[in-house]
Design a protein around this ligand. Structure first.
Ligand code: IMP
Ligand code: MG
Length: 171
């Protein structure tokens, strides 16, 4: 199915560079990124390459028990981190915050592991869809209530490979 472009490659790269610089400024002495699989893998790989200095990273995977294109609110941990967060400056890296349920769950379980600081970076946010008031310190773009794909984001596991972000056009 054709995809209408919402943010092209140049727009995404420019914004990701700004976000990387802002995060780096806030944590100049070392930073641990925790990316949420699978959607955040492309964002993470661009973000981390725009940061100089000390950065380590780790991955976790969750499943949101999706019903169609909306989440049910139940979250299941599929893959846990390899290393401890104790005493580290941790930034969660996520593709998109929609209802906020997934991120609230992740922040709660990661905060319990004793990081020195815990912040969140999301490339996209749909503020009109929020069900819980979750704190996201770094947001790339705010978007309307549309289902988007590309740049790591999928619909039924397709479209993750698109270098841009767009909306699937059913026509
Ligand atoms: P939340 O728990 O409702 O905030 O949903 C978060 C998760 O739902 C994200 O990590 C995505 O995996 C998925 N999601 C939400 N909106 C979209 C979208 O527009 N496109 C692709 N995935 C989405
Ligand atoms: Mg996700």
């Amino acid at each position: 199915m054709p995809v209408d472009v919402l943010f092209n490659e140049a727009q995404i790269q420019a914004r990701v560079s700004e976000m990387a610089a802002e995060i780096r400024r806030d944590f100049p002495d070392g930073l641990h990124l925790v990316a949420v699989l699978k959607g955040a893998f492309v964002f993470l790989s661009d973000l981390v390459r725009r940061m100089d200095g000390q950065v380590s990273l780790d991955f976790m995977a969750v499943s949101s028990y999706a019903k169609g294109t909306t989440t049910s609110g139940e979250v299941r941990l599929l893959k846990d981190l390899d290393t401890t967060l104790d005493g580290r400056h941790v930034v969660i890296v996520e593709d998109i915050v929609d209802t906020g349920l997934t991120l609230t769950y992740l922040q709660d379980i990661l905060r319990a592991r004793g990081p020195k600081t815990l912040r969140t970076a999301c490339l996209l946010s749909k503020p009109s869809r929020r069900q819980v008031d979750v704190k996201v310190e770094y947001i790339g773009f705010e978007i309307e209530d549309r289902f988007v794909v590309g740049y790591g984001l999928d619909f039924a596991e397709q479209y993750r490979n698109l270098p841009y972000i767009g909306v699937v056009n059913g026509d």
